[in-house]
Design a protein around this ligand. Structure first.
Ligand SMILES: C[S@@+](CC[C@H](N)C(=O)[O-])C[C@H]1O[C@@H](n2cnc3c(N)ncnc32)[C@H](O)[C@@H]1O
Length: 248
């Protein structure tokens, strides 16, 4: 190879490396815009226990916006002389995409509030604890949502617990708990990935199928008593239904 050819090859390698770095930076930037800043911890949690995590990726910023909209509306409409703390519970904190959004909303105006975040995975809970350590209104608790027993009730529950992956008894315990810890008139908003349940139902056979259908019916029965709105969010992996329930 003569000197000119060597320069061309080096130039090609340099250009390719530059394109690779630029593509990776674009992908990382895009992922951050789509999933927020703490998505890496979510994927580590996924490796530890995919069934418990229950989704192929963190929820997107679009899901976060939809699922927190009633909290946003309440804060916007709130009487600023009312000093009763607004109480919000997030269940299944995960990557913290909803937690960050809730913190932004609740800090918008100078209102008293508390935000409890429940996360069963110790690694994810630990990351959330570090992230919110300087905010005295936010407390992260590492436990099963079915066992959370606060001595006050909530105005809002925002939940991303993967009901379709949990056993029926746990689902029933969590739903009964939600019902008892939300104030009358309070909201429960939860996310359900769009195609998981029908696909799983199609694949399962025999007793496992019966149990799964029973569980879906338990969730449906709870939802239908209180449902006020169901919104589909397509910009998510996978697209998701957001259910908003109001406890009468
Ligand atoms: C689908 S992920 C979504 C988390 C978060 N919204 C996000 O997008 O990163 C569900 C989360 O619920 C947590 N989880 C599952 N079962 C739970 C339970 N019984 N109690 C509390 N958290 C639970 C999982 O560890 C996981 O972090």
């Amino acid at each position: 190879m003569n000197k000119k050819q060597t320069c061309i090859v080096r130039g090609d390698i340099g250009f390719t490396a530059l394109v690779c770095v630029a593509s990776m930076a674009t992908l990382a930037g895009g992922a951050r815009l789509f999933w927020g800043k703490d998505a890496a911890g979510f994927f580590k949690g996924w490796v530890r226990n995919p069934l418990q995590i229950g989704a192929p990726a963190p929820c997107s910023v679009f899901v976060a916006k939809e699922i927190t909209k009633h909290v946003q509306r309440c804060v916007a409409e709130r009487d600023l002389t009312d000093m009763t703390p607004l109480r919000v519970l997030e269940v299944g904190g995960g990557s913290g995409i909803f937690s960050g959004k809730l913190e932004d909303i609740l800090q918008e105006v100078e209102l008293p509030y508390t935000l409890d975040i429940i996360e069963i995975d110790a690694g994810l809970a630990n990351t959330l604890q570090k992230r919110f350590v300087t905010n005295e209104h936010i407390k992260v608790h590492c436990l099963d949502a079915a066992d959370w027993n606060p001595d006050y009730k909530y105005d809002f529950i925002v939940s991303s617990v993967p009901f379709t992956n949990l056993d029926t008894v746990t689902v029933e315990r969590i739903l009964t708990n939600y019902r008892s810890i939300v104030k009358p008139g309070g909201f429960i908003s939860y996310v359900e990935l769009m195609w998981f349940a029908p696909l799983k139902e199609m694949v399962l056979r025999g007793e496992s199928k019966e149990k799964f259908v029973d569980k879906l019916n338990t969730i449906k029965h709870f939802r239908e008593q209180f449902s006020v709105e169901k919104v589909d969010v397509w910009m998510n992996v996978t697209p998701a239904h957001i259910h908003h329930l109001q406890i009468s």
